[in-house]
Design a protein around this ligand. Sequence first.
Ligand code: ATP
Ligand code: MG
Length: 320
Amino acid sequence: MVIQHRHKFDELTGKSPQMKLVFQRIQEIAPNDVTVLITGESGTGKELVAQSIHNRSNRAAGPFIPVNTGAISRDLVGSELFGHQQGAFTGATETKLGKFEQARGGTLFLDEISSMDEATQISLLRVLETKKFQRIGGRRFVNADVRIIAASNENLLNEFQRNIRQDLFHRLSVFTINIPPLRERNSDIEILAEELLDNACEEFNKTINGFDRQASFALNRYNWPGNVREMKNVIQRAVLICPGKKIRLEHLPDRIRNASHSQQEIILPVGVTLKQAEQIIIRNTIHSAGGNRKKAAEILGISRRALYNKLKKHNSKKSE
Ligand SMILES: Nc1ncnc2c1ncn2[C@@H]1O[C@H](COP(=O)(O)OP(=O)(O)OP(=O)(O)O)[C@@H](O)[C@H]1O
Ligand SMILES: [Mg+2]
């Protein structure tokens, strides 16, 4: 689709001001061989951002090696990263290259670094400072010809800071990129949904043209705690169960359907005046926004001040 390409930056889709800022940061940081820290909730696209930085760097011809340090048992992280010499410990029957050596000439993407144990954090800091490391059980120093991009799920820097050694934190956080959660960038929801729909159709060999009004309303209302990854799963499932040409509300999971229940329809009886219709619409919108007038004004497409003025007018009419 033509529109999508305008809102793509490598594999990343987005047109919100927040994502444009992320794209700009990637462009600024990529060509400089510096360490980068990417923060953002789960599923916000940290790995895609890391890959994009790598592809735009002068290490692009080298490997991009992701390591999820949170998924490796703590006592194995060191050997996974730095490798080991034969006989370094029981079970080390042969010399094994670690990720630092596998990533030579390229980029090492360290995911979930706050889950690393203290000793590994210290080793990592040493590598960052000296650009050298030793295999476990080895004597020789090996050059660390890698660029490190680290990521953390903890969205807030200070939360992350609490779970990691201060010296490592300062070393890592010189260049940071924060990816805001999807619920804070509503203007990305629609283009992401369309793109994920296209991808899923291709994957499952189906032809679905889009979302009906209610489904797209629900996607917009839902707060996406699992961010883009959650949306991808939701849309894949919808594509699999949708028999027609449009995804409808019933093809979405309950939690998303429920998010849209509070405001599906406003009923206007025939015979009401335009003024009364306006009052009914405003009242129902405020109600469905849980009493939040700012949100109600947004849904209605008017300023908060305009909404207050209308409410004042209606109230003074009532008391006349
Ligand atoms: N802006 C985006 N445009 C297109 N696809 C995206 C975007 N952001 C995320 N995705 C997709 O969402 C999924 C999750 O992205 P990714 O693995 O990069 O997230 P993450 O932040 O690393 O998550 P986690 O913290 O759980 O590891 C992937 O399938 C990715 O392709
Ligand atoms: Mg990840």
